[in-house]
Design a protein around this ligand. Structure first.
Ligand SMILES: Cc1cc2nc3c(=O)[nH]c(=O)nc-3n(C[C@H](O)[C@H](O)[C@H](O)COP(=O)(O)O)c2cc1C
Length: 332
């Protein structure tokens, strides 16, 4: 059985990739992930804010501000909150490349065009095999239009792509008015792949201390269907590589993602919860499922349920939505 896949031009023995997370900070964990069978690993992100000298000054002011107004402190990261400084990040790439043989995808997290983009070249020189650009952004300014937000995403991606020779993927959120339009503009800008989707971490509020309480919740399988829909739509109209990120916990989740068009299946929460060996279980189960259902390769399965090939196209588009709402009955 041929489980191999091509993601971002990299030939992987199978689609299961460890998504961006702090797991890469520990070399021992990285080795365990490789031993467990990971096809590739994505590093956690290096943030634009860490790289921009101007912003360092802002962080400094924020820290002063936060000291003066204790309730404001929880809004702002302090410089020491970042796991690795930019120099450590490059060293960690070198260390990981020496420690394991699987491809390493570095991650830059930023939303503006600026000097920090040059860092992509240093990431390439340090030995990363590809680069994921996470364009996490929360639009809070009523004057800023969606077109401006999207133009910036495309310009940033284009500049990052132009700075390096390694493949570049963009990790998007689902909060755009026309995802296919933005994605085809990114394809035109030269990006090699898209990661669907970023998770937005929702801050909670402590009503006694009047503080914002940032918290990360690990995902569950309920996050997958949104990704499946967009994989199915985008894989029918784009040529770039697609990776799913969010809600993949077991082999069947990977099967669904591949059928909708994913070339790579990223997992984080399931591995954080169950440890690196969980990857081995998912890989074994994937192989067994394919065997039982007489699939001989990932290639054969890939995109079989995308918008062009899905037997019920309306189920992905609007028709099923109307049908479901019209036919809902209160449970008896
Ligand atoms: C603790 C933690 C740290 C993460 N750090 C990053 C990061 O640095 N950059 C990034 O792009 N995504 C980061 N993510 C998001 C994951 O890469 C992934 O997109 C998300 O967890 C959804 O996938 P999952 O359902 O498999 O967990 C992080 C997730 C977790 C749980």
């Amino acid at each position: 059985m041929d489980l191999s896949t091509h993601y971002l031009g990299l030939r992987l023995p199978h689609p299961l990739v460890v998504g961006a997370s702090p797991m890469v900070d520990n070399l021992d964990t990285v080795r365990r992930l490789e031993d467990a069978g990971a096809a590739a690993i994505v590093m956690h992100s290096l943030f634009e804010e860490q790289l921009s000298i101007e912003h360092r000054a802002t962080v400094y002011h924020m820290e002063i501000y936060a000291d003066a107004y204790a309730e404001a402190r929880s809004y702002f990261p302090e410089a020491s909150d970042f796991a690795l400084c930019p120099c450590d990040y490059l060293n960690q790439i070198r260390r990981i490349k020496q420690a394991v043989a699987i491809p390493l995808i570095a991650s830059l997290n930023g939303v503006s065009c600026g000097g920090w983009i040059d860092y992509a070249r240093q990431i390439e020189q340090a030995g990363a095999d590809a680069l994921e650009l996470n364009v996490y952004y929360v639009a809070t300014d009523p004057i800023e239009s969606s077109a401006e937000v999207e133009d910036r995403v495309v310009d940033t991606a284009r500049q990052v792509k132009q700075s390096v020779n390694i493949p570049v993927a963009v990790k998007l959120s689902q909060f755009y008015s026309s995802i296919p339009n933005l994605c085809s503009r990114l394809e035109e800008a030269g990006v090699d792949g898209l990661v669907l989707f970023n998770r937005f971490y929702q801050p909670d509020i402590d009503i006694d201390s009047l503080q914002v309480v940032p918290k990360i919740q690990l995902s569950d399988a309920s996050e997958l269907p949104l990704r499946l829909r967009w994989l199915a739509i985008l894989s029918s109209c784009l040529r770039v590589s697609l990776a799913v990120s969010g809600g993949v916990h077991v082999a069947v989740d990977a099967v669904k993602s591949i059928m909708c068009g994913a070339e790579a299946v990223q997992m984080v929460s399931a591995i954080l919860r169950n440890g690196p060996r969980h990857l081995t279980t998912v890989l074994t189960d994937l192989r067994q499922w394919m065997d039982e259902h007489e699939y001989s390769s990932i290639r054969q399965m890939k995109g079989s349920m995308n918008l062009l090939r899905c037997p019920d196209r309306g189920a992905i588009e609007r028709a099923n939505y109307m049908h479901l709402l019209q036919t809902w009955r209160e449970p008896v």
